[in-house]
Design a protein around this ligand. Structure first.
Ligand code: HEC
Length: 349
């Protein structure tokens, strides 16, 4: 399960936003509110507004409604100084950075956006896949093989021609799946060229910047959230290690969030009420190679004494999980899978 890779050192939890109107109740008091607008579209629906306290670790995001209004409920922003950022593909904030002082009562800050002249850095992987030419198989090949350790952005912004791609494709196979672009972790096994590389290298050189300073096709954008899709609050927590790779987060009966790390033998515990994080080195793999924690086969093959036998610790978790589902908000039966591991860690503290 690789639910967290694109935001590797951040744990994101999604809380449903209960629409006050459904219950005929008065709107909940807002700590911070305002209208998002631009010359091109005023007001603007579906703009993500993110608030992060200066030198804090928690980012709260809300989405502007059909009137362009964004609204941070008072329960979600305690008094303090916050920096606001926005995400609306095709636009940038007119006067970034936006800093606001949230106190007692409601603070009003309108946000003005300008159209961006440089769309490429804002595109998500899905938008790149929508934009690039190519057959279904070519795009599938690209997505499965190249959007795993990093996003498609470095691929699209590269200048390699087909010959240079031949070498780069082999270099990518040198890294194990727990790598990301700032944290290459070398595979213990030598990488080689594979059948099909030449064709793929030619395709890659037709969609990157090898032949022109800008992408030789129209860049397409997904529509912004609309209607009920805008009624959501997302809370993200920075983890203490910038290279943390949170993986398989689960919530226990005290609403503490536990996660394992994809690359290191570490289990972490996040208190979502305060953002406090404690991390524990996992004693289970002491003496094993730590840099391949994600892959028991590699640990077993690289660790004398295990004799190539990989303990199947993940099977019980995976068997109860529906394909493609994330473990955040997973049914209780999944959450209990972490208990034995947690007990062993706590008993070793
Ligand atoms: C197993 C992990 C992994 C996979 C899968 C992967 N990469 Fe990478 N990629 C890395 C790492 C680590 C770096 C940074 C180190 C480096 O440049 O080799 C990187 C960097 C890059 C860069 C930027 C550096 C440069 O040379 O310009 C490009 C471009 C790139 N990868 C293309 C690809 C393509 C194309 C694929 C699919 C064939 C791919 N990657 C698949 C791990 C991976």
């Amino acid at each position: 399960m690789r639910i967290m890779r694109p935001i590797s050192s951040i744990l994101a939890l999604l809380f449903p936003f209960v629409y006050a109107g459904l219950f005929q109740a008065a709107p909940r008091p807002a700590a911070l509110t305002g209208i998002v607008s631009s010359d091109a579209q005023a007001p603007m629906e579906g703009v993500l507004v993110n608030a992060k306290r200066l030198s804090g670790t928690i980012t709260v995001s809300v989405v502007s409604d059909e009137n362009g209004r964004y609204n941070f409920p008072a329960a979600r922003l305690t008094p303090g100084t916050y920096q606001l950022t926005v995400r609306a593909v095709g636009f940038v904030a007119a006067n970034a950075p936006i800093t606001v002082n949230v106190g007692v009562g409601t603070v009003k800050t309108d946000i003005r956006l300008n159209k961006t002249s440089d769309l490429a850095p804002q595109l998500s992987d899905v938008e790149w896949l929508m934009s690039i030419p190519g057959t279904y198989e070519q795009k599938q090949n690209l997505f499965i093989n190249c959007a795993f350790c990093h996003t498609l952005a470095p691929v699209m912004n590269s200048r390699y021609d087909a010959a240079a791609w031949m070498k780069t494709l082999v270099r990518m196979r040198d890294w194990i799946p727990a790598s990301f672009i700032d944290k290459p972790i070398r595979s213990p096994f030598p990488a080689t060229a594979l059948p099909g590389d030449e064709e793929f290298a030619t395709y890659l050189s037709s969609i990157n910047l090898s032949s022109a300073p800008t992408h030789p096709y129209e860049l397409k954008m997904l529509p912004r959230p609309h209607g009920a899709e805008t009624r959501v609050i997302v809370t993200e927590y920075d983890l203490p290690r910038p290279d943390a790779e949170p993986h398989d987060a689960v919530m226990d009966s005290q609403s503490m969030v536990w996660y394992s790390d994809y690359a290191e033998p570490i289990v972490g515990r996040l208190n979502p009420r305060t953002g406090e994080v404690r991390e524990f080195r996992n004693p289970l793999v002491k003496g094993a190679t730590t840099a391949a924690f994600c892959n028991w086969n590699w640990i077993a093959r690289a660790t004398p004494g295990l004799g190539g036998q990989a303990p199947d610790l993940t099977a019980s978790q995976n068997s109860t999980r529906k394909p493609g589902s994330s473990s955040i908000g997973a049914p209780l039966s999944n959450r209990t899978n972490l208990v034995p591991l947690r007990k062993r860690i706590l008993s070793s503290l």
